[in-house]
Design a protein around this ligand. Sequence first.
Ligand code: FAD
Length: 225
Amino acid sequence: MIPGTVGAAPVQNIGAYGVELKDRFESLDAVDLVTGRSVLLDAAMCHFGYRDSVFKNVLAGKSIITRVRFRLPRPWQPVLGYLDLERKLHETGITHPDAQQIFDWICAIRRAKLPDPAEIGNAGSFFKNPVVSAEQCRDIIGRDPEIVHYALPDGRFKLAAGWLIDACGWKGKSVGRAAVYERQALVLVNRGGASGAEVVTLARAIQESVYGRFGIRLEPEPVMI
Ligand SMILES: Cc1cc2nc3c(=O)[nH]c(=O)nc-3n(C[C@H](O)[C@H](O)[C@H](O)COP(=O)(O)OP(=O)(O)OC[C@H]3O[C@@H](n4cnc5c(N)ncnc54)[C@H](O)[C@@H]3O)c2cc1C
């Protein structure tokens, strides 16, 4: 349920629910638009980061991805560390879900939270989840103990941007026809006829209030042209 093409998937290292493309990526073929040559890039060459890759930086607009190779682990191993999935395990009492069960849970969670772009215009999560140091995270927890946060392998913490936006009171608010989705504060929606300027004004206002309250700068996930 991440809408898009296979070729675009490595561009922002798509991911959800604890797994990113880079975790299952082998290599890709791309056409270098400067030389016209076909090149093969492995994971190291793609410089994958959180919703980021070389295709958003050094190679932005300079290559077209034509083939992506994935490598899936055998035997299959579930990744269940995400809060919503932990809740499902708890609610259902299922301790060893199979792949189909996880697939069904994730589709249900996403349907409940994310508007269908075919019905309400949106670009999915509008801001990246900010990554902060352990010290910053402790400081925020001291003030807001409820904050949703995830420990990263490098000792830093990923905070739920939707939670930060919600805490600033943005859920359901709008600027013109651009609005913050009532069911998930991380999603900005077009109520019909919103201008680009309205979306940008709303996004900036959200960034300012989150910075004012938490001292964190939210970074947009979509590419703005
Ligand atoms: C409801 C909803 C939910 C979403 N959920 C998620 C989510 O959970 N996780 C997540 O990571 N994203 C999510 N997204 C964002 C979006 O689905 C992804 O960014 C997806 O990869 C975009 O694919 P696209 O084909 O539409 O690319 P586009 O938006 O058309 O392009 C994205 C960028 O990639 C470049 N590009 C596209 N194709 C190629 C290619 N073949 N070679 C080189 N460059 C290329 C474009 O020039 C552009 O800069 C969501 C979006 C929506 C609307």
